[in-house]
Design a protein around this ligand. Structure first.
Ligand code: THU
Length: 129
């Protein structure tokens, strides 16, 4: 699957968002080295902090299927500029060393950043000693 198709997949998953509180729908998709693709949406909860972002839903789906080598993540929302992952998702992206992040919006704007650009000075397993 191409990067463009991955973004389209993220857009399709965005339609599955469960966001009755924020009304802000987000979609994400990851492609692994094996070529498989896992999509996710944000899933909110009446107890607000229980919510899971679209990016973490997609990453956790891949990892729970035994896939850890994630090549690229795409995230899409109806934002002015390309949608940037939240801080918690940046930490999850960092954990699995996802090297490329495609930030996109419904206007068709896309910005690619590296993990280093997205989360410099990341806390990692090395810091645990
Ligand atoms: N959200 C995501 O799914 N990904 C992000 O990176 C930013 C925020 C979700 C969480 C919540 O359901 C809604 O967007 C509003 O914050």
């Amino acid at each position: 699957m191409t990067d463009e198709e991955l973004i389209e997949t993220a857009k399709a998953y965005r339609k599955r968002a469960y966001a009755p509180y924020s009304h802000f729908a987000v979609g994400a998709a990851v492609r692994t080295q094996s070529g498989r693709v896992y999509g996710g949406c944000n899933i909110e909860n009446a107890s607000y902090p229980v919510a899971c972002c679209a990016e973490r839903t997609a990453i956790f789906k891949a990892v729970s299927e035994g896939e850890r080598a994630i090549e690229v993540l795409a995230v899409v929302a109806d934002t002015d500029g390309p949608c940037a992952p939240c801080g918690m998702c940046r930490q999850a992206i960092s954990e699995f060393r996802i090297p490329r992040i495609l930030m996109a919006n419904l206007k068709g704007e896309v910005r690619e950043v590296t993990l280093q650009e997205l989360l410099p000075f990341a806390f990692s397993e090395q810091d645990l000693g």
